[in-house]
Design a protein around this ligand. Structure first.
Ligand code: SF4
Length: 213
């Protein structure tokens, strides 16, 4: 699924109330700009290749171990609880209720329903950076193994900049601490996965919202 926003999303009222929100939105925006900058480089190096990801294509969401950082998980919860339309909230509830019963819960994402990403505007960095060329992934295929030349390698400086923007959420504020945390890859030490993350608070919020409306 590939749909790069043309403008950085802004939520001025919420960003005033929730200081972490600007960090997250800025970081996600930098990642999207990194993908936009990396695509022509990949195509120049691999003439004739076109992006295979498209709306409704979701094999990667079903059977990968998808990384998510705590800040990204907080952002997903916020987005669904405060910004999503009622119909999306109801879909998220359906997806979360179904998730533990899916055949393979050793991997995958709880937010894919009927081939759609229910949290697309705030999907994690891992999802944003994962772009496959030529043909879409087959279910169970890991193109990084089967055809690594078909997988985008995003320009690394964008990810480093995005990680740096997120670090204040974890208590890093001073210049030298930020530099060190980027060098130490601090974010990797707190990264979990979409399928193992505890979404119970979000589930309770959408249950209350759907019931109350
Ligand atoms: S957050 Fe969205 S794009 Fe990412 S794995 Fe889940 S359903 Fe797929």
């Amino acid at each position: 699924m590939l749909n790069l926003a043309q403008r950085k999303p802004k939520f001025p009222v919420e960003e005033e109330r929730l200081p972490w929100l600007s960090m997250l939105l800025d970081a996600l925006w930098v990642i999207d700009r990194g993908v936009a900058a990396s695509l022509p480089k990949h195509v120049a190096e691999n003439p004739g290749q076109a992006v295979a990801c498209h709306k409704g294509c979701h094999a990667c969401c079903l059977d990968n171990d998808i990384p998510v950082t705590p800040l990204e998980a907080v952002g997903i919860t916020w987005f669904v609880a405060e910004k999503a339309a009622r119909v999306v909230k109801a879909d998220v509830l359906t997806a979360l209720q179904a998730f533990p019963h899916r055949a393979n819960t050793e991997a995958g994402c709880p937010f894919v329903l009927n081939g759609n990403c229910l949290v697309y505007p705030v999907r994690p960095i891992a999802c944003r950076n994962y772009i496959v060329f030529s043909v879409p992934c087959a279910l169970g295929e890991d193109p990084t193994e089967t055809r690594p030349g078909d997988v985008l390698r995003p320009i690394g400086s964008f990810a480093r900049q995005a990680f740096r923007l997120m670090l204040p959420y974890y208590g890093f504020h001073q210049e030298q601490d930020l530099e060190q945390a980027v060098r130490d890859k601090y974010l990797f030490t707190v990264t979990g996965s979409m399928h193992r993350a505890d979404w119970s608070r979000l589930k309770a919020l959408v249950e209350a919202s759907v019931r109350g409306s």
